[in-house]
Design a protein around this ligand. Structure first.
Ligand code: 1CP
Length: 349
């Protein structure tokens, strides 16, 4: 999206080369079960995917944390598993449980996936983005997103969340060409999905690679870096001004390689990323650093929360930086601790 001569949103300024004294702030999973108003809208929707596929309600829950806290960016309310669901591998969210899918464990299983068929569900999500573009305060940026092909594949192959992503890793070892065919479908679907989100009004995109850290280096290169680079390059051709943030959770020191090889404009650092990596390791890269407060410290609150927020801000002073958590907000987070965090970040001004 062009700036049209208007003032660049604060959130986007680090991507234009500015290090702000008060960095932009947003939090992963800022819309979610820790907010009573989210729980009410979720109850109205009935099930979780219905919430994602009802633009009026999905836009409402996206706006809830913006009304409360005035974050610099809103993130589209949806889920990374909308992509397999749209591809024809139905996703179910049973109450109190994680997602469930009928697993695909071989090349033959790919025959049921329908890439052109994603259109109708992606259109619904684009409608949510259009609504948000109208309803968001003009100064608030809108982040669109998808799951990275590797992370989405781990759910499609396992059929649910897992501690070790074993089924996807085993398929990738036993039949790399077959597994690559799955990744290729996800790359194509992700490009289309993100393109539609930008056309509908997203200002920035984030690619969530929650399980990037479960792969050794050669596998990381093939299943994390290469697909992400393909997506990043396609988006650069379509929308050269829209920044893309990568979040290769658990990548450790390999995150520097990830940045230089994928060409992402922002790097989301997880909770375990050491201070010197945050503040120095990316100096040679043209990249905005984002992160990395521990979501559990946001649950604990108190003076330790204030101290840690200050430590991160001191560490990143003078850098192109966006304040965030190192992973998503957890449901037991007291909403007033989030207000305290935002106030603390902004008190630097
Ligand atoms: O009951 C509920 O209301 C469901 C909880 C929930 C929420 C609030 C799920 C189910 N998804 C979401 C929204 C969501 N998910 C957003 C948009 C909201 C925001 O950020 O404010 C985003 C960006 C995601 C992304 C997502 N979904 C990721 C990547 C980020 C991460 O947290 O690591 C992953 C891995 C998922 C899958 C998923 N969706 C939901 C759950 C419980 C899970 C994890 C499943 C598991 O591994 O066990």
């Amino acid at each position: 999206m062009g700036d049209g001569g208007s003032v660049v949103k604060r959130f986007l300024r680090p991507f234009r080369g500015e290090a702000l004294r008060v960095p932009p702030v947003w939090l992963m999973r800022q819309a979610g079960r820790y907010l009573p108003e989210y729980r009410a809208t979720r109850a109205e929707a009935g099930d979780f995917l219905k919430l994602c596929y009802t633009p009026r309600l999905a836009a409402e829950v996206t706006l809830q944390p913006i009304r409360r806290y005035g974050f610099d960016a809103a993130i589209l309310f949806s889920d990374i598993l909308v992509v397999p669901d749209a591809l024809g591998q139905p996703v179910r969210f049973a109450d109190g449980e994680g997602p469930r899918l009928d697993p695909i464990r071989s090349r033959e299983g790919l025959a049921g996936l329908d890439l052109p068929g994603t259109s109708s569900k992606f259109d619904i999500v684009a409608e949510t983005v259009q609504r948000l573009r109208q309803d968001l305060p003009p100064e608030t940026a809108l982040i669109g997103f998808c799951g990275a092909p590797w992370t989405v594949a781990t759910y499609m192959v396992q059929g649910q969340g897992s501690p070790d992503q074993a089924e996807a890793r085993l398929w990738a070892y036993r039949d790399p060409e077959g597994f690559e065919a799955l990744i290729d479908v996800l790359v194509a679907a992700s490009i289309d999905y993100l393109d539609r989100q930008v056309k509908a009004g997203a200002d920035c995109l984030q690619i969530f690679d929650t399980w990037a850290g479960s792969l050794p280096d050669d596998e990381f290169d093939r299943w994390v870096v290469k697909p992400t680079r393909t997506i990043r390059e396609a988006l650069a051709d379509l929308h050269p001004d829209v920044p893309v943030i990568g979040f290769p959770r658990g990548a450790g020191a390999t995150a520097v390689w990830y940045v230089s090889e994928t060409g992402v404009d922002g790097i989301g650092c997880d909770t375990a990323t050491p201070p010197f990596v945050m503040s120095e390791a990316f100096d040679e890269e043209d990249v905005v650093v984002q992160g990395n407060l521990d979501p559990l410290l946001l649950v604990a609150g108190g003076a330790r929360l204030d101290e840690r927020v200050d430590e991160i801000l001191d560490l990143m002073e003078g850098k192109r930086f966006i304040f965030n958590l190192g992973h998503g907000i957890v449901p037991q987070t007291p909403p007033e601790h989030v207000a305290r965090l935002v106030a603390r970040v902004r008190s630097r001004g």
